[in-house]
Design a protein around this ligand. Structure first.
Ligand code: SAH
Length: 408
């Protein structure tokens, strides 16, 4: 077994069971991409079993802090079962569920979402890349889902020195000869329907963003439907709408005119389909294929106002190093949203940037309100759904934060 030895004092975070070893903490030792190494303190004391990643700043990610543990197929089967069993206990009323959420589930770099009878996975670290086959078998065994699609095309794979990979990872064999006289039955389509908050939604695991959909906003979409109804919001602006989850929520809440803005045409087409599929008038929903920032300025120029606005932008700050520029970008869209909100109107504003914590986000939004000359009641602090857990030892895992505000 290969070992890496840390510099003096660099063992502290591992002793608190924080799973990352940074490049600068290592005194000596190395291994191949994804290979299991023994991480030890300068005096040789065992700290963790970890996956080595020669290209990454995060040079090793811990599998286990127990010296007696063996990192083998049985280990991954246990980890996957534990993650799946936790979700079962959450009793989530949807068939779109995050089953594995990376570090929080002891599987650094692995993301697995279940959509109906289909699994969609991202292998984003050298360690899970190396154990991919074993993990794929464990996922199928633990869930009974026979279809596993791989979406390892996120840009963070570059940091691990890994090329993008997409395609079926597990798919039951097609019956020989098929059912239509000689031809193979086609492979399962990558399109799938799920239900969420009582709505019908569709996605394509091959074409959609990330694994296909943003499950982390499930509860916030449900909350939005309730608040729109409670506050009597009629005109709603859903910025960065993707496939219109918050737009369907607004319609359920009694909104009569919902505008979805996104820069992805296919996402907007699906948003429109979702509106109709859920029984709402197509004419109650307007889609705008445009940049949100420009659209907000345009609305302001036109004197438009809304009863409710959702701001759910992509990650402006992938790490703390980008926090400054990202802060200005968040402040700007929030300032514009405050100005576009009718008095008494509802703002749901989010950041999914790991580099911006909840306190900083609150400060940014406060600054935006100040600049807009608008104050509001803070109804609620928002976070990701419980199937995207954070653990006690790994606060960096927390990424999605938001505020529900009612304008004074
Ligand atoms: N609220 C959505 C998820 C939003 S993800 C949901 O509940 O499912 C962020 C979205 O922002 C993506 O759909 C992406 O296409 C869009 N996007 C990114 N940059 C944009 C920009 N500058 N203007 C408009 N949309 C943008």
């Amino acid at each position: 077994m290969k070992a890496i030895t840390l510099r003096e004092g660099k063992e502290r975070s591992l002793l608190r069971q924080h799973p990352w070893v940074f490049q600068g903490s290592i005194a000596k030792g190395g291994a191949d991409s994804g290979e299991t190494v023994r991480v030890q303190a300068q005096d040789g004391r065992f700290l963790a079993w970890a996956a080595f990643s020669p290209a990454s700043q995060i040079r090793a990610r811990a599998w286990s802090f127990d010296e007696a543990e063996r990192i083998d197929a049985a280990f991954f089967a246990r980890k996957v079962q534990q993650a799946v069993a936790f979700r079962a206990r959450l009793a989530i009323d949807s068939d779109g569920i995050r089953l594995v959420h990376g570090e929080a589930d002891g599987l650094p770099g692995l993301v697995v979402d279940r959509y109906g009878d289909l699994l969609s996975a991202q292998f984003l670290s050298a360690g899970v890349e190396r154990w991919k086959d074993v993990i794929a078998d464990a996922l199928v065994a633990a869930t009974g889902c026979p279809y596993l699609y791989e979406r390892s095309d996120a840009s963070v794979r570059q940091l691990e020195g890994l090329a993008p990979v997409t395609g079926w990872l597990r798919h039951p064999p097609n019956p020989a000869g098929g059912t239509d006289g000689g031809q193979d039955t086609p492979r399962r389509t990558t399109e799938v329907a799920i239900h969420e908050n009582g709505w019908q939604l569709t996605l394509d695991v091959a074409e959609g963003h990330k694994t296909g959909y943003y499950l982390d906003q499930r509860d916030n979409r449900g909350l939005f439907a309730r608040l729109v109804r409670q506050l009597g919001c009629k005109t709603v602006l859903n910025c960065y709408s993707y496939t219109g989850g918050f737009s369907v929520a607004a319609l359920e809440g009694g909104a009569t005119e919902v505008t979805s803005v996104d820069s992805s045409g296919p996402a907007l087409a699906r948003a429109q389909a979702h509106v109709v599929m859920n029984g709402y008038e197509a004419s109650a929903h307007i889609t705008l294929d445009a940049d949100v920032n420009g659209s907000l300025r345009q609305f302001l120029k036109e004197g438009r106002r809304f009863d409710a606005i959702v701001l759910d932008p992509p990650k402006f700050a992938p790490s703390a190093a980008h926090a400054d520029r990202a802060s200005r970008a968040y402040k700007d869209i929030n300032r514009l949203a405050f100005m576009l909100l009718n008095p008494g109107g509802l703002l749901l504003t989010f950041s999914c940037s790991g580099g911006i914590n909840a306190d900083l986000f609150h400060k940014i939004v406060a600054g935006a309100g100040m600049d807009a000359g608008v104050d509001g009641y803070l109804l609620r602090r928002l976070e990701a759904t419980s199937d995207h857990p954070t653990t006690v030892n790994f606060p960096e895992g927390e990424y999605l934060k938001g505020l529900a505000i009612v304008r004074k």
